[in-house]
Design a protein around this ligand. Structure first.
Ligand SMILES: [Zn+2]
Ligand SMILES: [Zn+2]
Length: 278
């Protein structure tokens, strides 16, 4: 297993890479640009080249790219859909330049038009984009907490999307805090076994490529997306201990998206996670 954190934009790329290496990270997640805007921001090739070299030499693998939050392939706003598809395509291209094998995307919000229409539109949008995406980069759908009109809080919905494509084309990223909010109990051995069993049924565990390890103080099934430091929420260190010792492939990535990202909290959470490995 490899543990890592989501890297903040603040502070500069090189400084942040050095910092995460120092605190013991062996994998990393980054934003490709501004996470809250439609424009990714320009980066010249030399800059991307030096960044990807730095990631290679520091052996932060896999490099995971997290899409901007605005991208919504299930939107009922025609203009947003065009922009979403465009920004997703740009993100996939930039991930390839970085040498990142994975791009994580929130499944989407149907905005009131219903689950079926939303899921159909997501499948159509991915079908449209896929032929133009780099082969070396795989799109991973992240499960959601299920607040509002969010799709993909039910693992079966992730499965519905994956099954529309040839095996191995898409994968999933599971967030423990989102799962908990959606009613999947990651706080106990029985709960984890049941949840991962359901995930296996829905998408196949071989398609699970990244886990976001976040604790949460919200109630099980409350559909509220709020992350907490490990051991300070309801999933608890006992839950995370079961999870990390489940029997994952050697280099399987666990990424922290806990509060106060970019501060000394990153090291505290990485240390807690590392201490759980038996
Ligand atoms: Zn996310
Ligand atoms: Zn997440």
């Amino acid at each position: 297993m490899r543990f890592g954190v989501h890297m903040p934009l603040k502070g500069g790329f090189e400084t942040n890479i050095k910092r995460v290496k120092e605190i013991g990270c062996r994998t990393i997640q980054i934003f490709p640009g501004n996470p809250t805007g439609w424009k990714m921001g320009k980066l010249d090739e030399a800059e991307i080249e030096s960044r990807s070299q730095l990631i290679n030499t520091t052996d932060l693998q896999p490099l995971v790219v997290h899409c901007a939050y605005l991208i919504n392939l299930a939107t009922n706003n025609a203009e947003f859909l065009v922009k979403s598809k465009q920004l997703l395509n740009e993100t996939m291209q930039r991930a390839a330049l970085y040498g990142a094998p994975y791009v994580v995307l929130h499944t989407g919000n149907h905005g009131g038009d219903g689950h079926e229409k939303g899921l159909t539109q997501i499948i159509e949008s991915i079908s449209e984009g896929l032929p133009g995406w780099p082969d070396a980069v795989q799109l991973l759908l992240e499960n959601t907490a299920g607040s509002g009109t969010a799709l993909g809080s039910d693992y079966a919905e992730l499965g519905e999307i994956l099954q529309a494509f040839p095996a191995g084309k898409l994968g999933v990223c599971i967030d423990t805090a989102h799962s908990w909010a959606a009613g999947y109990d990651f706080g106990s051995s029985e709960g984890i076994e049941k949840s991962l069993g359901e995930l296996d049924q829905a998408v196949g565990l071989e398609n699970l490529k990244v886990i976001h390890v976040n604790d949460t103080k919200v109630k099980l099934g409350s559909r509220v997306d709020r992350h907490a430091h490990l051991g300070e929420g309801n999933i608890s260190l006992e839950g995370f201990a079961t999870l990390v010792n489940f029997g994952w492939p050697e280099d399987f990535p666990f990424i922290l998206e806990t509060p106060d990202n970019g501060t000394e909290w990153d090291k505290i959470n990485i240390d807690k996670l590392t201490a759980l490995v038996r």
